[in-house]
Each structure stands twice: as structure tokens, then as C-alpha cells.
Write a protein that binds this ligand. Structure first.
Ligand code: HEM
Length: 540
């Protein structure tokens, strides 16, 4: 038996075998440091084997046939116009809480999982080089670029040792708390412009911002990621809202996300014949490459002209450039592609939640006033640590309106999942965020209750009720993914979301006096789908 096999129910039991032993031991250390409250226990090979032998064969798992899948996605087919979330739900209704999607056109099979114990098993056996399928099209594009730019590195879109090497280099720059000072100030500047922009564009009588306020939120997201990734203040929010190349870049980033669903999840022949979807995707990648490359070169020239006097790097980009130019370009590009749309949807989700829950908004305002009593008090890394309710509001908003259905992994070991044998190498769709609405895990799920996430003063009680189900598995609330492959932009975007919410609540009373039925549409990630006419009233 060459593969590593994993069995067990609540406690994951790892069967360690031959040459995989070292890899799994390292992996356990990584798991334990990421999720401290779950133990990993080794068991002998025999019991793992027994569970595997007793499990139902993979072939007997409920599934769509290849024909049903291909036919369903063809024009007029039952899945053709469905978002990814709706497609996953529709199949769940028909097939249950675990089902198989057959691999088509050279792709491996995938299993779709709704059982939290299965999420845990998949994550705990993902290994030290976890694979997240679905972005093959990016790798294919990068491998086939005529100028061979990505020959040495495909950045975080790579897999295996090459991904690990790149991640090892960028992790300390992107994720170490001490580097937060590099982006706190520029992000705050961008956010103060956003506050001013709201004052400029709201209707003087109704105090509501225009229907197309999403454009302004997009500009905030772009300026925020841009100021970190490209060390460039685009000033889209107020000074340059019509910057042509940024408009092109934004359009292409959205096209990119849509293509990831069309090329990475729906059946597609693009590796055999260049389909129109792939052509559109490659064009968007070319443009993103050209524009990012231009700005990184501009930053490089700027830095060479005026190097920092004390030898200390002044920005994330400068630190990346110290590694080498290619690392800086590839990482900047991936930050823009992965960061802008998600940040914009997350900020929309937070604003809708806070506007619709005035008493929570007031509680947050009181926390802010206690820590920063004067409107012009500066945010620092230290005082931001004293704002637990602010963080709880953001966490609850991401639960209330999740960004995506969940996460994806290639299964790292033969596993028994929901009683079925699932071979190593199968793709797995972990529908973590789809369970965020289930009473079983979050009592009163359709209420926005940031108190769920507070440690003090009461851990879980609210009107005598638990707010997070007892023993809820830690693998259900993972908005930034899990383990070594988790979101590399997490620290940056957390600070960004905290600054946006804190600045707005400090300056305005925020209302949304319209219906919030179906506020988002879902392709790969959520996109706001209603006019965002928030009412912003100045606080005295
Ligand atoms: C609220 C906003 C965001 C959310 C909820 C989010 C969530 C995620 C998730 C779930 C993953 C997959 C993790 C896994 O496979 O375990 C991911 C990966 C990633 N994210 Fe984010 N993200 C956000 C914003 C950002 C921003 C602003 C950036 C860049 C500055 C960014 C850069 C990335 C990159 C580069 C990856 C790939 C990491 C890798 O494969 O090693 N994200 N993100």
C-alpha cells in the first residue's frame, strides 16, 4: 500500500507509513500550531485498514454521471445558468451530504462534502504542500506565456515544493504582525479619503449615497490593495476615479474570477482547443500582467532614486523587491487578482450587517470611543488590539454573508469520508460557508450577533442561549482557509476591514432603509447585487 490512509471520526487518526512518515510528522506540527484545540493521534496501521475495509466502495457514492454533468452545463441544460453555490445546493438536494462529481476531459473526480468531520479529516491530512485545485487555468497560462516570464516561478499558483519555496519567502513579509506598521498608515490614509468621498457624494437631503456606491467601495478596495501590493497611491476614491488603466484592470480581474469558475470547475476543453472563454481569460491575464509589471517597475525606479535612509524597507513591495524583482511582480499580481474583489464584497457585507443592526452599531461605537475618544486619535497596532467587538462584528459579518461556498483541496491521503472510501488525489469541495446558516452550528443563524465571537465577558451565552453550538468543530468557520495554504493576505485585509468599519462608525450613523433580500449573487465569490444606497448621518 503506497498511499497514506486516514481513518477515524472525531479525533483524526493518522496512519503513518514508510517514506510518508517524515512528511506527516512535519504536517502534524503545522496542524497543531494552527488549530490548537484539536489533537492528532497516531494509531496502528491495522485499525486504519479495518475502517477502510469496512467502508463503502468509492464507486457506490451518490454521483452525477459524466453525461448528466456535461449535458447539464450545455446551453439550456439544468446547471447552465446556475451559480456555483446554486449548483452545489441543487446536487445536495438530489444526492445528499456527500456526492461525487465525475472528472471530465482529463480532470480527476471531485467529492462535495457537507459533513464537518470530513472537513477536518481532509485538512488534517493535506500534507505540508497542500494542493488547491481549480486554478489550473492560471498555471496553464503562465506555463504557456511566450516570453517564459514564469519559467522560474508561478508564485502561489504553483504546487508542491515550488509553491512552498515561494510561500516561505513571502510569508514573513506578508504575514508577520510586526510588518503591519508598513501598511497601517497608507491604509488609514485611503480610508480617510473614503470618509470624505461619502460626504461629497451623499444626497444633501436624504443623506443617502447614490445607487452606484459599489463603484466607490470597489475603488476603496482597489486603492487599499494597490497601496500595499504596488506601493502606489492610485487615488481612485477621490482624485482619479476615472483612471483608464485601472478601469481596464478592474474589469479584467472580475473577468478572471468568472473564468476560474468556467475553466476550473465547469467542464472545459481549453487545453485541447483554445475556447473563447480561455481567450478572454488569457487576454485578461495579459493585461493584468502588463499593468502590474508597469507599476512594479515604476516603484523600483522610485526606490532606486530615493532609497530609505536608515536601510529599513518602507513598504511590502520594497521588501519583496529586496528578494528579487520577479518575486515582487508575481506576488503583486497575485495580490491584486486575489485581493480586490474579495475585499470589496467583504466590506459590503460588513456595512449591510452594521447598518441593519443599530444597537450593535452603537455598541461598537462605544467601544471605539472608549479606546479612541477623539475623532482625530490615530489608530495604532496597539490600540487596535483593544477592539474585540470590532473584530467580532467583522467575523460575524463574514459568517452572515460568506464570500464563497467554502474551500477546495486535493485529498492528500486515502480517506474514509462519511463512510465511503475516497482515494488520494480526488478533489474535495469543502462547503464550510454553506453551513454557516445552519441552526445546528449557530443558534439563531439569521441574526447578526457579534457576541458569538467574544471571549469576554460571557463566552457563549446570550439571553440564556448558546451562540455557537457546543463542541462545534473548529473546521467550520474558516473564512481565510486553513493551514500552510491559507490566505496570505489575511493580516492585510483584516487591518483594512477594521479600519474601514472603525472610521465609518466613528464618523457616521449608518443606515440602510431598503430591502436586503438576496443582496449578493454568487459566481466563484459573492458580488453585491442590490443598490448600496446607505444613509450616512454625521455624528455630533
Ligand atoms: C476578506 C477578504 C479575503 C478573504 C475572505 C480571503 C480568503 C481566502 C481563502 C479562503 C483562500 C484560500 C485558502 C486555503 O486554500 O486554505 C485565500 C487564498 C489567498 N488569498 Fe485571500 N482572502 C481575502 C483577501 C485577500 C487579499 C486582500 C489578498 C492580497 C493582499 C489575498 C491574497 C490571497 C492569496 C495570494 C491566496 C493564495 C494563497 C496560497 O495559495 O498560498 N486575499 N484567500
Amino acid at each position: 500500500m503506497g498511499n497514506v490512509r486516514c481513518a477515524g471520526t472525531t479525533i483524526t487518526r493518522l496512519f503513518i507509513h514508510n517514506e510518508k512518515q517524515q512528511q506527516l510528522q512535519k504536517c502534524q506540527v503545522a496542524f497543531q500550531s494552527t488549530v490548537s484545540n484539536v489533537k492528532v493521534e497516531n494509531i496502528d496501521n491495522k485499525s486504519a485498514d479495518v475502517e477502510w475495509q469496512q467502508a463503502l466502495p468509492y464507486k457506490s457514492m451518490p454521483r452525477l454521471t459524466r453525461y448528466q454533468l456535461l449535458r447539464g452545463f450545455l446551453k439550456g441544460g439544468e446547471f447552465a445558468d446556475l451559480s456555483l453555490n446554486d449548483f452545489i445546493f441543487k446536487c445536495r438536494e438530489r444526492l445528499g451530504d456527500i456526492y461525487r462529481l465525475p472528472g471530465v476531459i482529463g480532470q480527476p473526480d471531485s467529492v462535495v462534502l457537507f459533513n464537518v468531520d470530513d472537513f477536518e479529516k481532509v485538512y488534517r491530512t493535506e500534507g505540508i504542500w497542500p494542493k488547491r485545485p481549480g486554478t489550473d487555468a492560471v498555471r496553464y497560462y503562465r506555463e504557456n506565456r511566450k516570453d517564459g516570464f514564469f519559467k522560474e516561478t508561478m508564485g502561489l499558483n504553483d504546487n508542491g515544493e515550488k509553491w512552498a519555496k515561494f510561500r516561505h519567502v513571502v510569508n514573513p513579509i506578508m504575514m508577520q504582525p510586526k510588518n503591519a506598521k508598513l501598511y497601517l498608515e497608507p491604509l488609514q490614509k485611503v480610508n480617510l479619503e473614503f470618509v470624505e468621498r461619502i460626504r461629497e457624494i451623499r444626497d444633501p437631503h436624504t443623506l443617502e449615497v447614490p445607487n452606484n456606491f459599489l463603484v466607490d467601495i470597489n475603488h476603496l478596495a482597489f486603492d487599499s490593495v494597490g497601496v500595499v501590493a504596488l506601493d502606489h497611491d492610485f487615488g481612485l476614491i477621490r482624485r482619479n476615479p476615472d483612471l483608464e488603466e485601472v478601469r481596464v484592470l478592474c474589469e479584467n480581474m472580475s473577468a478572471f474570477l468568472k473564468s476560474i469558475y468556467d475553466l476550473g470547475i465547469k467542464p472545459s476543453f481549453y487545453k485541447y482547443i483554445t475556447t473563447p472563454t480561455y481567450r478572454r481569460f488569457a487576454k485578461s491575464m495579459d493585461l493584468t500582467f502588463d499593468i502590474t509589471n508597469h507599476y512594479v517597475n515604476e516603484a523600483l525606479a522610485r526606490l532606486q532614486e530615493s532609497p530609505s535612509k536608515d536601510g529599513e524597507e518602507r513598504s511590502v513591495l520594497e521588501k519583496l523587491l529586496k528578494v528579487n524583482r520577479k518575486t515582487a511582480i508575481v506576488m503583486a499580481m497575485d495580490m491584486m487578482i486575489a485581493g480586490v474583489d474579495g475585499t470589496s464584497s467583504a466590506i459590503t457585507a460588513i456595512l449591510l450587517c452594521i447598518a441593519k443592526n443599530p444597537e450593535k452599531q452603537q455598541k461598537l461605537r462605544e467601544e471605539l470611543l472608549a479606546v479612541l475618544p477623539h475623532r482625530n486619535d490615530q489608530f495604532t497596532i496597539e490600540n487596535m488590539k483593544q477592539l474585540p467587538y470590532l473584530r467580532a462584528c467583522i467575523k460575524e459579518a463574514l459568517r452572515f454573508y460568506p464570500l464563497a461556498f467554502g474551500n477546495v483541496r486535493e485529498i492528500g491521503a486515502d480517506l474514509v469520508l462519511s463512510g465511503y472510501q475516497v482515494p488520494k488525489g480526488t478533489g474535495a469541495l469543502l462547503t464550510t460557508n454553506m453551513l454557516a446558516n445552519e441552526e445546528l452550528f449557530y443558534p439563531r443563524p439569521r441574526e447578526f450577533i457579534p457576541e458569538r465571537w467574544l471571549r469576554k465577558p460571557d463566552t457563549t451565552l446570550h439571553d440564556g442561549q448558546r451562540l455557537v453550538a457546543e463542541n462545534v468543530n473548529k473546521f467550520i468557520n474558516l473564512p481565510f482557509g486553513f493551514g500552510p495554504r491559507s490566505c496570505v493576505g489575511r493580516r492585510i485585509v483584516e487591518i483594512e476591514m477594521e479600519l474601514t468599519l472603525a472610521n465609518l462608525v466613528r464618523n457616521f450613523n449608518i443606515e440602510y432603509n431598503h430591502s436586503v433580500e438576496k443582496p449578493f449573487s454568487y459566481h466563484l465569490i459573492s458580488t453585491p447585487a442590490i443598490p448600496l444606497t446607505f444613509k450616512f448621518t454625521d455624528l455630533k
